[in-house]
Design a protein around this ligand. Structure first.
Ligand SMILES: NC(=O)c1ccc[n+]([C@@H]2O[C@H](COP(=O)([O-])OP(=O)(O)OC[C@H]3O[C@@H](n4cnc5c(N)ncnc54)[C@H](O)[C@@H]3O)[C@@H](O)[C@H]2O)c1
Length: 248
């Protein structure tokens, strides 16, 4: 399959979970992929398993310098950048009363500022190559929240505004910008110790589709948005939540 033939895609947070699934699917669909993450050993291993069509860069998305180096590596290795998936994210669970200012800021720095820096880092090379696609990974937490998610939910709501502003600013450069909103997806993020008392089976069992999402469910949506198949979509929000937000 060649749905991303000739395209070069940068994916943040690609060492595991949804980002890894996207890297694997995109390479299988003909893309060359620059994987970025802070988990260097895991990221290097994923890239190595994908062969010559993949490369890894240490990329803390909250660092402008790291973005500069990752974009430079993508251009050096692959010659162009056609798509960016701002996938990197951190979850934090803390009631507002016990959430420190620093902890709140750190979630925003990674989940929201990181995506902003990524957009800024790729827009010139993307525009020089004739345009492209940017996908920001938000969440169902960008529409509604639960106790303990002040920072996480604020970051994911924020991504919706960032996506729309980027879409209206970059459309004339031929760059489309959309957001993805996953529901409960089986990745290390939901296996974190602070979420150990969440009844995931009960939650997903009540969904219209009656199951949790797999990383590949989201990777296929990201694939569509990065490909030319999504040529008339920009500033839009794409849910993949098994019907979670449609349920009472
Ligand atoms: N798993 C879910 O249920 C779910 C639901 C909705 C949205 N999301 C979002 O999907 C995205 C992918 O998450 P996942 O489910 O694959 O979780 P994950 O924890 O498996 O993957 C997140 C990746 O981001 C990386 N990362 C963390 N901080 C980083 C930083 N500063 N710079 C670069 N990389 C960093 C991690 O090392 C990890 O590889 C996240 O944005 C997350 O918020 C997840």
């Amino acid at each position: 399959m060649d749905r991303l033939a000739e395209k070069v895609v940068v994916i943040s947070g690609a060492a595991r979970g949804q980002g890894e699934a996207e890297a694997r699917l995109f390479v299988a669909e003909g893309a060359r992929v620059l994987l970025g993450d802070v988990l260097d050993a895991e990221g290097e291993a994923v890239a190595a398993s994908l062969g010559e069509r993949a490369a890894y860069a240490h990329l803390d998305v909250s660092s402008e310098a790291d973005w500069g180096a990752a974009v430079a590596l993508a251009l050096d290795r692959f010659g162009r950048i056609d798509a960016l998936v701002n996938n990197a994210g951190v979850m934090q669970v803390a009631p507002i009363a016990s959430c420190s200012k620093r902890d709140f800021e750190r979630v925003l720095e990674v989940n929201l500022v990181g995506a902003f820096l990524g957009i800024r880092a790729v827009m010139d090379p993307m525009s020089a190559g004739g345009g492209g696609s940017i996908v920001n990974v938000s969440s169902v937490s960008g529409y509604a929240s639960v106790p303990g998610q002040a920072a996480y939910s604020a970051s994911k709501f924020g991504l919706r505004g960032l996506t729309k502003t980027a879409a209206v600013e970059l459309g004339s450069l031929g760059i489309r910008v959309n957001s993805i909103h996953p529901g409960v997806i089986e990745t290390p993020m939901i296996q974190a110790p602070e979420l150990s008392d969440v009844d995931w089976e009960g939650i997903v069992g009540n969904l219209p589709l009656g199951r949790s999402g797999q990383p590949e469910d989201i990777a296929r949506m990201a694939l569509f948005l990065c490909s030319d198949e999504a040529s008339y979509s920009t500033g839009a929000e794409f849910l993949a939540d098994g019907g979670l937000l449609a349920s009472p």
